[in-house]
Design a protein around this ligand. Structure first.
Ligand code: PGA
Length: 255
């Protein structure tokens, strides 16, 4: 299998730029120049530039938590791809369930952002996942399929290798409740088979599909051992250099 594990931290609306520098330097120290696992940290916009400088001599890469689908202009409060690229942002988290829930982001908007990120050479981490209500109504796969195909509308097969998918069951985010490895694997496998149907089996095989939702050192090993789980998108446990470092270590040991 040619997929590398990817451990991505989503710091959400936490940490001042100074605090972000401190955490970033802990992560950079833990990871160093090791390239066996891909590691991404995603601070708030105001900390991107400073974190970028801190991680510059390590293999840790920079991610942003959102991006405008527009290139520039009269869009008060928005941040463009060019602004992100200028501080060496390589990834952008798009369609996170918090953005869908609190900021009304739809699949159509998320898709515009995905397309613009790809055009701008920033790798989108497209987040999809069901709510507790969806799961209880047995709609998990239907919701995941709609969000996946909606988010990837007009994305070409040649671009797919630069897309990362993050499956994050909404009921597991920040709640301490994790999907069991078997539950997560079932959804990850169906995501890969949807990608295979839409594109091709060989393109689908190359896509990193991350799990997100209360991933921590205690449960990472079992999750990462699943065939279609290629890493994690980490919230709470990414705010501590030691636990984030332990997740990177777990990915190094994963089969
Ligand atoms: P969590 O968040 O690890 O705190 O559950 C994950 C995420 O929202 O990306």
């Amino acid at each position: 299998m040619s997929r590398k594990y990817l451990i991505a931290g989503n710091w959400k609306m936490n940490l001042t730029p100074s605090e972000s520098e401190e955490l970033a330097s802990g992560v950079a120290k833990a990871v160093g120049k090791d390239a066996s696992v891909e590691v991404v940290v995603s601070p708030t916009f105001t900390a991107l530039d400073r974190v970028s400088k801190i991680i510059e001599d390590s293999t840790v890469k920079l991610g942003a938590q959102n991006m405008s689908p527009k290139a520039s202009g009269a869009y008060t409060g928005e941040i463009s791809a060019a602004m992100l690229r200028d501080v060496f942002t390589k990834y952008v988290i798009l369609g996170h369930s918090e953005r869908r829930e609190y900021f009304g982001e739809t699949d159509v908007l998320v898709n515009e952002k995905v397309l613009f990120a790809l055009e701008s050479q920033i790798k989108p981490i497209l987040c999809i996942g069901e709510t507790l209500e969806d799961r209880e109504a047995d709609k998990t796969l239907e919701v995941v399929k709609t969000q996946l195909l909606g988010g990837l509308e007009s994305v070409e097969e040649s671009q797919l290798v630069d897309v990362v998918i993050a499956y994050e069951p909404v009921w597991a985010i920040g709640t301490g409740k994790t999907a069991t490895p078997e539950m997560a694997q079932e959804v990850h496998a169906s995501i890969r088979s949807l990608l295979s149907e839409k594109y091709s089996a060989s393109a689908a095989e190359k896509v990193q599909i991350l799990y997100g939702g209360s991933m921590k050192p205690a449960n990472a090993e079992d999750l990462l051992a699943q065939a279609d789980i290629d890493g994690g998108l980490i919230g709470g446990a990414a705010l501590d250099a030691a636990s984030f470092g332990a997740l990177v270590e777990a990915a190094k040991k994963a089969p």
